[in-house]
Structures are given as C-alpha cells and as structure tokens.
Design a protein around this ligand. Sequence first.
Ligand SMILES: O=S(=O)([O-])[S-]
Length: 113
Amino acid sequence: MIAQIRPSQLAAWLESVKEFGSPAVLDVREPCELQMASIKAEGFELITIPMGVIPARLHELNPSQPLACLCHHGARSMQVAYFLKARGFNHLANIAGGINAWSAEVDPTVPRY
Ligand SMILES: O=S(=O)([O-])[S-]
C-alpha cells in the first residue's frame, strides 16, 4: 500500500518521515513537462527522472531515502511508487493529483497544462 497524499499534505508527510533520512520529491514527468511547470524545492530535495528511464537510472536513487512521487495528475507517479516499493524502497508516497493539484492547492504560480 502506497501512502496517497494531497499536495497540501506534503509538508506534514515530509516531517513524518524525516527520521528515516532527508526526504525528496521524485518528479517523474518528461523534460518538456518540467519546462512548462515545476515545483520549487523548498524544504526538500527535488529529483527529476522521467518515468521511462527510472529502471535504467535506479542506481541514482537511495532505497532508504523517503520519496514522494510526483507527475502531472498522479497516475505515472503511482506506478513509479509501486515499482520502487517492489525494489525495496521503504518510505514512499504518491502525490495525488500531481502538479496540477499542486498548482491548485499549494502554489498557484505553477502553470497548469
Ligand atoms: O501524469 S499522469 O500520468 O497522471 S496524466
């Protein structure tokens, strides 16, 4: 079971997992999407790896680092979270609604697309 958190709940989730290590948001959107809209990494590390290359770049991620997965609406990030969970990552969340919800709930300056 992957924790589903709304963007507005991210700060509380980050706080709840920091005992396990310094948490990060893993944005799995494509480079062209990152150019259109990105979140500001405030209080967390921001890692960007497109979903399609996560298997090839898995070695870049630390299985013990808490990761909150992000995409456009929350579907791809959910798949990535389950992929990572199956590979031993322990502290995972999916940001439900993705960056679209982030724009609505956390930072309206983030463009919606
Ligand atoms: O980014 S998305 O897969 O939720 S459309």
